[in-house]
Design a protein around this ligand. Sequence first.
Ligand code: BDP
Length: 604
Amino acid sequence: MYPIENKARSILSLDGMWDFKLPEGSEGREDAWIRDFPKDGESLYVPASYNDQREDGRYRSYRGRAYYHRSVTVPSIYEGQRLFLRFDAVAHDAWIYINGELLIAHRGGFLPFEAEITERIRTGTPFSVVVVCDNTIDHSTLPVGNEEGTAFFGSDNAQVPAVAEAKKLRGNVNLPNFDFFNYCGINRHVRIISKPVEFISGLTLVPVLQDGLKSAEIQYRIQVDGKADRGLPEVALSDREGNIVARGTGFEGRLRIDRPRLWEPYPGDPYLYSVTVTYGEDEYTEQTGLRSVRTEGTRLLINDRPFYFKGFGKHEDFYIGGRGVNELLNTKDINLLHWIHANSFRTSHYPYAEEMIRLCDREGIVVIDEAPAVGINGGPSVNPYETYPLKDYHKQVLKEMIERDKNHPCIVMWSLGNEPDTENFPESAYEYWRELYGLAHELDPQDRPVTLVCCQNDYTRDKVTRTMDVVCINRYYGWYNLSGDMKAAALAWNIELDFWEKQGKPVMVTEYGCDAIQGLHGTNGEMFTEEFQAEYYRILDAEFDKRDFLMGEHCWAFADFGTLQGVMRPDGNKKGVFTRERRPKLSAHFLRERWEKIPNFDYK
Ligand code: BDP
């Protein structure tokens, strides 16, 4: 549950300066650091990625375990409370030690974990927290790293003998099989949360709209923790003004609402109610919205009306902090989405910080929530489904993601992953992704639509994409192929769209785009110019408008972002419609004019 403060709970933030150390070589002394952290550690800021905080190339190229330390004292006034240490995200694998003893280990860099420390510490007495985090990516991690060969967009031509030899000798390096920088470290907030001895440990909310949206109920389920029986929980639902509009008692129940105010995407009113649960001494409040979501024919319906997605794939990425949670930047991004008349984004390619999802609830931005499964693709000769040990872990990540985000009204669809191989090994792909599809439906109490985002490939061989609730396609006609030839690109799009039209499914474009270097201009549609990017969108969007079954367009990408260096990535990926510092490129003005004219509902 997201940490909150109220009369029963408080938060001690552990954000700020931590001691940090990267192992120097192969001395193997680091185990001792867990008990006795070296005094010569560097100072690094948390929450943020460690990679760009110091002028040391090793911080960017490092592969392996990194060590953080901090001394903490919980004030004595907390005596008698239960205390929990929570990490919102540590990339990628983490081991947390309290006074030299392992408290908890966690796999995966984008989801929260917490453990009770009440019995491990004494209030009023300093204790040490050591975080060991490992940024290794390989065939068993999500996102996936390569174990041999080159990174995504790498430039190592192994046919040159000297290059092949040098690669063998260079030792362990991280080879991302994905196109974003592998920013690592304590990327999100760290907090100690105090809770009463008996406390509320789980809350599930399912809005059900009835009677042609004229009435509604919220089904709730509550879990508690603690030895003593504190009776039945009480539940109160308040409207935006704070008036209680429904009450319930018990671990499960329904809150009925007459004349409900619906949660609507901006510029509609993203109306939020508050659910407050009390149990013994404890109290927990969560905001929730009333909205329905389902697919029907070629449409995705929000509140029973066909929604048209306008927006982007994004990244959590910024100067210096890397993938560190950045609430100031999130605020700016949401306002840029409003400015450009976008209504949605996908959390490509991993679940974003909880603060961002909460902001989207409030601001009426529709979200497709994506698991960090990117890079499940080994080329024509490697069947990743047989050789990458991922499935159980992938299930675990899905479970954690849906558990974290299940109550948010802004989330209307789960994405199981991005651009896996579905073409070289279509049967294996089908088996793998259909099982996860079933699991996501099972796990989600709101039973939202489920998708997987499919790669530019021979779509006729792909058997699984078409079985998802929504077909999501990433396509780069006019850029990676038919480069610069927008006439041919429009033709290719139409050939492919004819195919998808026949599937009778809701289809949306989850990525299309091209690099544009800020300030580079031209008069003849030259690739990489701002004019080319604007023209690219103008030409392709005109084709999309002719297709009634297409239910959305997400440009790639919202803003320029950092990647591994390589010959195709001059200072990162430049497909942003905004620059990395959030200045609009020419295409932003085109999209703003276009999207102003496209309503959220009934466009198609
Ligand atoms: C797609 C990926 C995305 C990349 C993009 C690109 O989904 O992560 O950044 O292409 O090449 O394949 O810019």
